[in-house]
Design a protein around this ligand. Structure first.
Ligand code: SAM
Length: 443
């Protein structure tokens, strides 16, 4: 079978007797032998048995964990080809889901597509071989013991390896997911690229962190870059990593990082873009798209820790951010003060609930930035945008499917979609981020 496309889940796509067949680990240009594992009326799923002829875009996997780890789905594809296929996925989503014939620009990739992640969430567990800490095996909750990682910052790997050794030496019990026993569930590690500093969040099932003082002393001695340690308690039977209670138990309350000209304080639980190098690229694209002249009121909806709005604040008269996660809004306010920005206001609430009031209060809003989670914007928010007179809307999206759906709605309701710019925030993975501009049709 010839593989002619790549699905958004990073499976190769081909056809057998008119049916679309998805084959994990195959890539466009491969000729493969497969075993059909699941067949439906119009589609099927195959298992790769043999590569008969390899695509010219195929490469040898460079990470020793690649065959088992679920993190990087495109380790076997050349980087340039990844960028081309990510663009193609956006084109396909625009056409098939949005019915949109839009210009989609070439994906902006990274010059060095390695060691870009500033955050790792590492589960711990007990295997037959002993303590394991790393990543979940593809499609399972077995833990692959991590020795190295090509996409996370090297300081994260350094701390992770010291942490695992220390847990072993002190005999701290890892969590047992099946029986819901044991203590240490996850180590969440964040790194500041601009400062070379680390924050560690230890997630335990129990309210106590055993041998806390000895544990912290050993970590700090072995990893001087560590500046903050927090303890999070998660007693629930759940896949959610962080529980409700987080307490800084040593060092700084925030990890400080910079994106371009701005400093940001990141608290243990707050959302911060995972790839800071490409975040600057992304935010510069938003700034370029918005074309602000200093006189505008700009709404930053789904603002997280206020990062995009604050990045643009010097170009606008006023920034108003809206976000549901209260701790992130606190960070946003803190970040505004930190950067001496007094023309930024942040509200806790759902963007769809707060937007109608903001539009009523401000009359004509000049610009809106949308950066929703994967499920896209709430229909009622899009309805409000359709009736409001917004000059420019810049939509930042991590999901081309919901982006296409939402752009299609806005196009039918008074906005002209501009080109869509894919940005590669996550090299070697199937994910693609997009920036799309919408302008109001002048009547
Ligand atoms: C993709 S993140 C964007 C964060 C931020 N713009 C940035 O660049 O760091 C999406 C954010 O939307 C928030 N969120 C989810 N649903 C929301 C809603 N209905 N209204 C407002 N914020 C929401 C999440 O808590 C999260 O912080």
């Amino acid at each position: 079978m010839d593989i002619t496309g790549l699905s958004h889940e990073a499976s190769g796509v081909g056809r057998i007797e008119g049916r679309v067949v998805f084959v994990p680990e195959a890539i466009p240009g491969d000729r493969v032998k497969i075993r059909l594992v699941h067949l439906k009326k119009r589609l099927g799923y195959g298992e790769l048995v043999e590569i008969l002829e390899a695509s010219s875009d195929r490469r040898a996997q460079s990470c020793p964990h690649a065959p088992e780890c679920g993190g990087c789905q495109l380790q076997h594809m050349e980087y340039g080809a990844q960028l081309r296929w990510k663009r193609q996925q956006v084109v396909d989503a625009m056409e098939r889901i949005g019915g949109l014939d839009l210009e989609v620009l070439p994906t902006v990739g990274m010059n060095i597509p390695y060691h870009y992640r500033n955050k790792a969430q590492l589960p711990l567990g007990q295997a037959d071989s002993g303590l394991v800490m790393g990543f979940f095996r593809k499609g399972s909750h077995d833990i692959v013991d991590m020795e190295t990682c090509e996409i996370q910052h090297p300081l994260i790997t350094k701390l992770a390896l010291v942490l695992k050794r220390t847990v072993q030496e002190l005999g701290i019990e890892p969590y047992d997911e099946i029986n819901h026993t044991g203590v240490l569930r996850h180590a969440v590690i964040r790194v500041s690229f601009s400062r070379d500093q680390l924050m560690l969040i230890l997630v335990t099932r129990t309210s106590d962190l055993p041998k806390q003082n000895e544990f912290l002393t050993r970590l700090r001695e072995a990893v001087p870059e560590l500046v903050s340690v927090a303890h999070n308690v998660n007693p629930d039977v759940t896949n959610v990593i962080l529980g409700r209670d987080t307490r800084v138990i040593w060092g700084e309350s925030y990890l400080m990082d910079s994106i371009g000209h701005l400093d940001y304080a990141i608290s243990p639980g707050s959302f911060f873009q995972v790839n800071p190098v490409q975040t600057k690229v992304l935010y510069d694209l938003v700034r370029e798209a918005m074309q602000l002249n200093g006189s505008e009121t700009v709404l930053d909806l789904y603002c997280g820790a206020g990062t995009i709005g604050l990045y643009l604040a010097a170009d606008a008269r006023e920034i108003i951010g809206v976000e549901t996660f209260a701790a992130a809004v606190e960070d946003a306010r803190y970040n505004a003060r930190l950067n001496g920005i007094d023309r930024a206001t942040f509200y806790v609430g759902r963007a769809e609930d707060v937007l109608p009031e903001l539009v009523k209060e401000h009359g004509k809003v000049d610009g809106v930035i949308l950066d929703p989670p994967r499920k896209g914007c709430d229909p009622s928010l899009l309805e409000t945008l359709a009736t409001a007179q917004i000059r420019r809307i810049c939509y930042v999206s991590c999901n081309p499917s919901t982006l296409a759906r939402d752009l299609s709605y806005l196009k039918k309701n008074g906005y002209v979609p501009g080109p869509v710019q894919p940005v590669d925030m996550f090299p070697w993975t199937r994910h693609v981020e997009c920036v799309a501009l919408m302008s109001r049709v002048e009547k």
